[in-house]
Every structure is written in structure tokens, then in C-alpha cells.
Design a protein around this ligand. Structure first.
Ligand code: NDP
Ligand code: N5H
Length: 257
């Protein structure tokens, strides 16, 4: 078994800044020798992502703009990657979005547009990305996405994003079934609450973190780096027989009733 990712290439989607979970994954994969390709949604994130990547010693990363609401943009991104770099061994999909007004109050008030937007960016994008990535993954490999407990049970205020995560989780399993015969494994990490740009503006995030510190078996919250090392496990040969799985990196919180 080869623990190193030397000679392997991974696409990291969803680094916004140094607090991003995607950045925790990037650091973990870099540490074990992987070559990294970063995608960002919005032009304004190009420079911050390039600046961050330049801190990874010896890493000659590549960068592409890819708004996952746009099928042509996804196809063009992977076409460019194929031309510029060649084959890839995996993708870390760390992307979600919902309108702020749909992340508070009662789920029953979710608008059709808000519902579709959250599902478009947060769930369907995995399907579209997997389809384009597949043709570049000729040596097999792994796809990892990020999910949250609110897709398995009701978590206050998570609302439409919970329903989108349930769709993401199911999409991950169907993709695992489709891609298994190509030796491409598809898995999800269910992360505990981590303070990131997305979590900003969430009312009372401090009390959510405090609740984890009080109740979770490990009596602490988790870090981007801990999610990163689990992503390394799922994207490497360490997890050879694992596909269609959701691993909770949440200090054990999900075992509580
Ligand atoms: P970040 O805000 O750091 O990352 C979210 C990313 O989503 C951003 O990089 C953003 O890209 C990207 N994104 C949004 N819309 C689009 C789009 N149309 N096309 C491409 N990319 C898009 O937050 P996190 O690191 O917290 O989030 C990463 C994942 O982790 C999400 O799926 C989230 O649901 C999940 N998660 C987070 C938890 C937490 O507590 N933080 C807990 C459990 C799961 P850009 O910056 O370029 O706009
Ligand atoms: C129960 C909770 C707290 C309430 C719900 C939070 C849900 C957050 C997820 C989504 C992805 C956040 C989101 O879409 C924010 C946007 O409306 C506004 N932010 C942005 O546009 C910024 C600038 C960009 C970078 O963000 C994105 N996403 O593009 C859940 C928490 C305990 C855990 C959590 C925070 C989960 C999660 O999925 O992120």
C-alpha cells in the first residue's frame, strides 16, 4: 500500500480563504506529495486562492474559475485541466450555497427559487462535476464531498440546506454505484460545525460551538485539518474498500440521541 500521494493530482473546489474546509484538505494532500488544482467560483477569489496556494512549499498548483451552476463552465474547466495537466486522481467538492433568508425561521417558508438554488449549487453540482471528472480519472481514484448532520435529521435553521444535503448524500451513493466499476470511489465527510466564511452571519454560531464542546463525546469542536486528514484517507489507497460512505468528523456528536 502506498501512503504517499506523490505523482497524484487532485482538484480542490471551494477554497474561499484560509478558514475554508477545502483549504484544510489542500494542506493535508500537499503534505503527502499531491499536486493540486484549485477552482474558485468568482474572479474575486482568484488572487486570495493563488496567494494561499503560494504558501505551500514546492507546490506548483494550477487555478481555474468554475461556477458550478454553469454546465459549460464545468465542462470547460475539466477540458482545460485535461489539456494542461492530463489525468487526475480525485476531486474534493467543498461547495454549498443557500440564500440567507432560507437559513432562518421555518423551512415551510422556503421559496421555490431558494429551494432550487440551494439544490443546484449544493447537490446537483456534485453530479455534474463527477461526470466531467470521470473522463480524466483513467487510473481510478476518489471523489469526496462535504455534508452536515442537518441532512440526516432536523437541525434548527439549517432548513433548505438540510434538504439539499440529504440530496447530496443520496447523489453521492448513486454516483458511487455508477463509478465503482471504474475504480472511482465516492464518499462524503460529515463535518461538525467549523467557523468559516459560510458560517459567518449564522446567528449564534458561538452557542452552536459551545453546545458541541459540552455534549460531543470528545468535548471539543473539530478543525479544518482534521477534516483534511480524513479526506486524505478517503482519497488515498488507505480507504481502498470504502465507497458510498459518510464519515462523521464531528467529535462523535452524531451518535447522541
Ligand atoms: P467556505 O465559505 O470556506 O466555502 C464555501 C465555498 O463554496 C466557497 O469557496 C464558494 O466559492 C463555494 N461556492 C459557492 N457557490 C459556488 C458556485 N456557484 N460555484 C462554485 N463554488 C461555489 O465554507 P466551508 O469551508 O464551511 O464550506 C465547504 C463545505 O463544507 C460546504 O459544502 C459546507 O456545506 C460544508 N460543511 C461546512 C460545515 C461548517 O461548519 N463550516 C459543517 C459541515 C459541512 P467562492 O468562494 O469562490 O465563492
Ligand atoms: C445549523 C447550522 C447553522 C445555520 C445554517 C447555516 C448554513 C450554512 C451553509 C450555507 C452554505 C451558507 C451560505 O450559503 C451563506 C450565504 O448565504 C452567504 N455567504 C456567502 O455568500 C459567502 C461570501 C460565500 C463564500 O459562501 C458560500 N457558501 O458561497 C449549520 C452550522 C452549525 C454548520 C454549517 C455552517 C454547515 C454548512 O453546511 O456550512
Amino acid at each position: 500500500m502506498n501512503f504517499s500521494l506523490d505523482g497524484k493530482t487532485y482538484v480542490i473546489m471551494g477554497v474561499a480563504n484560509k478558514r475554508s474546509i477545502a483549504w484544510g484538505i489542500a494542506k493535508a494532500l500537499h503534505q503527502v506529495g499531491a499536486k493540486l488544482i484549485f477552482t474558485y467560483a468568482n474572479e474575486r477569489f482568484e488572487k486570495p486562492v493563488r496567494d494561499l496556494a503560494s504558501t505551500l512549499e514546492g507546490q506548483e498548483a494550477s487555478f481555474y474559475q468554475c461556477d458550478v451552476t454553469n454546465d459549460e463552465a464545468i465542462a470547460e474547466t475539466f477540458k482545460q485541466i485535461k489539456q494542461d495537466i492530463g489525468i487526475i486522481h480525485g476531486v474534493a467538492h467543498c461547495i454549498a450555497f443557500a440564500q440567507k433568508e432560507d437559513l432562518q425561521g421555518e423551512f415551510i417558508n422556503t421559496s421555490r427559487d431558494g429551494y432550487l438554488l440551494a439544490h443546484n449549487i449544493s447537490a446537483y453540482s456534485l453530479v455534474a462535476v463527477a461526470r466531467e471528472a470521470e473522463s480524466l480519472m483513467t487510473e481510478g481514484g476518489g471523489i469526496v464531498t462535504l455534508t452536515y448532520l442537518g441532512g440526516e435529521r432536523v437541525v434548527q435553521n439549517y432548513n433548505v440546506m438540510g434538504v439539499a444535503k440529504a440530496s447530496l448524500d443520496a447523489s453521492m451513493k448513486y454516483l458511487a454505484n455508477d463509478l465503482g466499476r471504474k475504480n472511482i470511489r465516492v464518499n462524503a465527510i460529515s463535518a461538525g460545525p467549523i467557523r468559516t466564511l459560510s458560517a459567518k452571519g449564522v446567528g449564534d454560531f458561538n452557542s452552536i460551538l459551545k453546545d458541541i464542546e459540552e455534549k460531543a463525546p470528545l468535548r471539543r469542536t473539530v478543525t479544518q485539518d482534521e477534516v483534511g486528514s480524513t479526506a486524505y484517507y478517503l482519497l488515498s489507497d488507505l480507504s481502498q474498500g470504502v465507497t458510498g460512505e459518510i464519515i462523521h468528523v464531528d467529535s462523535g456528536y452524531s451518535i447522541l440521541g
